[in-house]
Design a protein around this ligand. Structure first.
Ligand code: SF4
Length: 520
């Protein structure tokens, strides 16, 4: 490719190139191969946009360059005019192009001596290592455009902020870290990095880079599905807990498929279970699985929470990203083998935490075992002890009960090759109970549930829409707790069928569940 044909870089392309040169090439020439953001990623982007807009109040009175990103040249021209207008104290989304690199700066604030402060805004709770090249490339481009930058800052959400209610105050919500030294030091490396990136872009094909941990750090790569399809069907990347050292060993030996791994490869127990499951096509159980499951005494409560944790707190007294539970589901396996279901879903615009805790404490009274899938629920309740001191004692009693984490049991004792390397409920349930996943549900993930709840409590949401959202939320959370029963049943070789999910599940479980230990 001729030099003139190499596309302009941007701040995001530069950071993509730092993560992976293949990602850079694909994003420039074949962006359609990327997977569009899911609800969780879109929420992160939306939070970033909202925080970015709010941060403009840190340097008020400025002018927004609101030309769209594809009108970059027009944005640069307007920025240039505003720079010379000394009555403009700040420019938001200021645009520059120098040396083939385009940037838009979140905030460029004029200082008293005529130089500028560059402020990058992030919706994170701290400045992170990956933010340094982000601000450094802006610093380099803006100074090449002739401006003097005397301070480079990163504004992010403050750990000390507690929402008092009402309008957000940017100077309270956000904290500003000085990144000047880090950014200036990094600028020294940028020319070399740009040369490497342009070299990669000069090739007709994207660099041949294998998938690995870099596909998720520091950002989840949108081309993962595309790149994963280049790997063998049973890729070694699906080995649970694969370390960088073991990955390199296998790849260096040309072993890309689990089916090719030699017997003497010294995999750990979970990886060996995965290998055997792939080779034999049969699930692999540890002998101790049954004794682990027998720790579940009846009455056993299989619970799951839904929470929201917005960047911009919704309820007074909460902090950015603080988890606020609004829903629980509980399938109860009773001593006589019956299974019943109870649930709670907060209503109205008030802080749901007190009602959530009171209803849960009452529901779990007398539980011999509380079964969860991950430690999230316990962590959430410990957080509530601090937030609701008048309920701390009741929560302590609950937390001192017998908790069993089914995720740890599955992870440590069982593997089905259709887990595809993941022990998440969303991977394990369809593998163990084919036909029973989440496809029939409107809500299929925690972030979608959180967004649905927020929509349901907005005053402008119609009664009809609100009713539908609440039905969808109840169905989703109930599926998560029902899933745990089906997973245990399947791991025991049980025969609950997809159709049992409704009418016959309880009868099937009653017939098959051999819980010996029961609390009397
Ligand atoms: S999925 Fe991984 S290997 Fe593929 S482009 Fe993205 S970061 Fe690179």
């Amino acid at each position: 490719m001729a030099g003139d044909d190499i596309p302009l870089l941007s701040k995001s392309r530069f950071t993509s190139g730092l993560q992976c040169l293949r990602k850079l090439h694909l994003s420039c020439f074949q962006p359609e191969l990327g997977t569009p953001p899911d609800a969780a990623q879109q929420s992160v982007f939306d939070a970033g946009t909202a925080v970015g807009e709010m941060a403009r109040d840190l340097r008020p009175g400025g002018v927004l360059i609101d030309e769209a990103y594809y009108l970059h040249d027009e944005a640069v021209e307007r920025t240039r005019r505003l720079l010379t207008d000394k009555s403009v104290p700040a420019i938001y989304e200021a645009a520059f192009t120098e040396d083939g690199v385009r940037v838009r700066a979140d905030i460029l604030a004029r200082t008293s001596d005529g130089s500028w402060e560059l402020i990058e805004v992030k919706s994170t709770m701290s400045a992170k290592k990956q933010h340094i090249p982000d601000v450094a490339v802006q610093l380099m481009v803006i100074e090449k455009a002739g401006l003097t930058i005397d301070r480079v800052s990163l504004a992010h959400l403050s750990r000390d902020y507690t929402y008092p209610g009402g309008e957000y105050e940017a100077d309270q919500l956000l904290t500003i870290d000085d990144m000047t030294d880090d950014a200036r030091a990094y600028v020294e490396t940028i020319a070399g990095e740009l040369a490497v990136m342009r070299d990669a872009l000069a090739g007709d094909e994207p660099p041949d880079i294998a998938i690995g941990p870099h596909c998720r750090k520091p950002y989840k790569c949108e081309f993962f599905a595309h790149c994963r399809a280049r790997e063998p069907y049973w890729s070694i990347e699906e080995l649970p807990g694969l370390s960088a050292k073991k990955r390199n060993q296998l790849r260096d030996a040309g072993t890309l498929s689990i089916l090719e791994i030699p017997d003497d490869s010294q995999l750990n127990a979970a990886q060996e279970r995965a290998r055997q499951s792939v080779i034999t096509g049969r699930p692999q159980r540890e002998g101790s699985l049954e004794s682990e499951l027998n720790k579940i005494e009846t009455p056993a409560h299989f619970i799951d929470f839904e929470t929201l944790g917005p960047a911009l707190p919704v309820y007074p007294g909460t902090r950015p990203y603080e988890a606020v539970p609004f829903q629980w589901s509980d399938h109860v396996l009773h001593q006589n083998g019956n299974v019943t279901h109870s649930e709670f879903l907060a209503d109205g615009s008030d802080d749901p935490r007190s009602d959530f805790v009171d209803s849960l404490v009452s529901q779990l009274e007398g539980a011999a075992t509380i079964v969860v899938y991950s430690g999230y629920e316990e962590t959430c309740l410990r957080g509530l002890q601090d937030e609701l001191p008048d309920r701390a004692a009741a929560l302590e009693k609950l937390l001192n009960g017998r908790w069993v984490d089914l995720l740890q049991i599955v992870r440590g004792h069982y593997y089905h090759r259709d887990f595809r390397g993941s022990f998440s409920l969303k991977s394990v349930l369809p593998a163990l109970a084919p036909g029973v996943a989440y496809e029939d549900l409107e809500i299929r993930g925690g972030m979608v549930a959180s967004n649905a709840y927020l929509e349901s409590i907005r005053p402008e949401t119609s009664a009809r829409r609100r009713k539908k959202l609440r039905q969808d939320l109840l169905a989703y959370c109930a599926r998560d707790t029902k899933a745990m029963l089906l997973i245990i049943d399947a791991m025991r070789g049980g025969r609950a069928r997809p159709s049992d999910l409704t009418s016959n599940l309880y009868r099937a479980l009653r017939a098959l569940w051999p819980f010996g230990a029961s609390k009397t």
